[in-house]
Write a protein that binds this ligand. Sequence first.
Ligand code: SF4
Ligand code: SF4
Length: 198
Amino acid sequence: MAFIGAGVLRGMGVTFRTFLETYPWGRVLLRGLRQPAVEGLVTIEYPDVKQKHAERFRYFPFLVYDGTPDNLRCVSCKICEQECPPQCIYITGPAKDEQGRPQKANGRTFPVEFKIDVSICMSCRICVDVCPFDAIEMDNQYELSSSERFGSLILNKQELLKPNEYFQRIKPTEASEVDARLAAKRPKPQPVFPPKAP
Ligand code: SF4
Ligand code: SF4
C-alpha cells in the first residue's frame, strides 16, 4: 500500500544500493542478502590511475615506421593533407636532391617535414582511411596539455613518428589487419631455376 514518502524511501534505497555496489565489501553484503550486485561505477583517481581505453578509442594521428624512424611508411603523397577536413596537416616534400630529383630511403620517397596541428584536428580519422600506404594511424595518447597557445600543439615529424610495435600494443586487432594487408602487398620471391644443361 502506498503511503506518503514511499517514493522518496524507494529512491533512497536505490541510492544506498548503488553506493554499496561501488565497494567490494558492499557487493559481498548484497550477495549475502541474496540481492544481485553488479560492479558499480567509481571515479578513477587520475592521474595516479589511468583509465583503460577500448581499442577503438582514438585521439590524434601518428606516423608509423618499421624498425627505424628512417623507414617511415609515408611517401609524402599528400593525399591526407588534401582530404583533412579542417586542413590541419602540413607536409613539406617529398625530399629532393640537388638536381631536384626525389630522394628515396628504403626504396620510398619521404616527407622533409610532416606537421599536424592537434589544436585543430577533430580526430575524424579521414587521414587514416585515405592513406594508401597505412602510414598514418590514430593514437590514444591524450595527455598533451600545454600552457602555450601555439607551437607545442603543432606536432612535427619527429614527434609524430612511432614504431609499428607501439601501434600493435595500443590497437592489436587493427595493427594485425594492417600487417596482414601489407604482407599481402609485398612482392613474392621469384623461384630460382637451375641453369639448363648445354
Ligand atoms: S600519411 Fe599516407 S596519405 Fe599522408 S602523405 Fe603520407 S603516405 Fe600520403
Ligand atoms: S584525424 Fe581528421 S582532422 Fe585530424 S588530421 Fe586526420 S583528417 Fe585531419
